[in-house]
Design a protein. Structure first.
Length: 65
């Protein structure tokens, strides 16, 4: 009779060591992903800055009117 944990938990098979070429490709992919995340963060920061400038501009116009 099998127990539940024997059905649910599968053993993790060890991965063989990567070749130098595979390691290089993996490193390049990781750098691409990191660059993509940095780009998204910078775009979000600039959008937030533009939104803040718009709000302050509208607030100045509303207070002067």
């Amino acid at each position: 009779m099998m127990r539940i944990y024997e059905l649910v938990i599968k053993p993790i098979k060890p991965k063989p060591p990567m070749s130098l070429a595979q390691t290089r490709i993996q490193g390049l992919k990781q750098r691409v992903d990191a660059s993509r995340q940095q780009l998204q963060a910078e775009r979000a920061r600039q959008k937030q800055q533009r939104d803040n400038e718009q709000r302050s501009k509208h607030a100045r116009q509303a207070s002067s009117a």
